[in-house]
Write a protein that binds this ligand. Structure first.
Ligand SMILES: Cc1cc2nc3c(=O)[nH]c(=O)nc-3n(C[C@H](O)[C@H](O)[C@H](O)COP(=O)(O)O)c2cc1C
Length: 185
């Protein structure tokens, strides 16, 4: 799949085909793509936990209060241990750790799309509860939860995306016009 196509096709899916179980090796390939994201000082802080234990998926679903999570046969939890970036960069390391998690997660999401699988970034959950279920240490931040499956949503129009002119400024914040280009340049 072309990059542009994967970027545009990626969408959040909250209803999965219960009869079709993904191959966990495909999910591993998607996680593998996250290794190639940029990392401050080349320090990799992100970890992925692949879960197929039904009881754990049920408990994670309860911590999210979002029932669709339990419809998936696999759940991926992404978490960051910021200790190395904090050692290197001090307070800024905490921010870098969260930022590089986002960069790596987008790689993962695009690969999920390319593989024909679907997911939804779930950011609302009770962190302490999920940590308990998965034995995640206290100093590790849970970034997001991803229930994975095959799309069973009826076709709907894509969520309207923000116009480019609402996110792009030139030379200073709030300036929406590019400097006039002279014909001699
Ligand atoms: C940080 C973050 C947290 C999110 N948390 C949730 C969530 O808890 N539950 C949910 O259903 N969707 C969640 N989403 C998905 C967004 O609702 C979704 O990306 C947005 O509506 C745009 O739709 P799209 O992903 O199909 O483009 C989250 C997305 C992000 C980036």
């Amino acid at each position: 799949m072309e990059l542009d196509s994967a970027i545009q096709k990626r969408k959040s899916v909250r209803k999965f085909n219960l009869k079709k179980k993904p191959d966990w090796r495909t999910i591993i390939e998607c996680i593998d793509s996250a290794r190639f994201a940029p990392m401050a000082g080349n320090n990799y802080t992100l970890k992925f936990i692949l879960i197929d234990d039904e009881e754990k998926i049920k408990e994670i679903t309860e911590s999210c209060h979002q029932n669709f999570v339990s419809e998936s046969k696999y759940v991926v939890v992404a978490c960051s241990d910021p200790s190395r970036t904090v050692n290197l960069f001090g307070e800024a390391g905490k921010v870098y750790s969260r930022q590089q998690a986002g960069a790596a997660i987008e790689n993962f999401l695009l690969k999920i799309t390319e593989s024909g699988l679907s997911t939804c970034w779930v950011g609302k959950f009770v962190e302490e509860q999920v940590k308990k279920v998965l034995g995640i240490p206290e100093n590790v931040n849970i970034e997001a939860i991803f229930p994975i499956g095959y799309n069973a949503e009826t076709l709907r129009t894509r969520v309207a995306k923000i116009d480019l002119n609402r996110i792009l400024y030139f030379n200073s914040y709030g300036n929406v016009k590019m400097k006039k280009i002279h014909s001699t340049e």
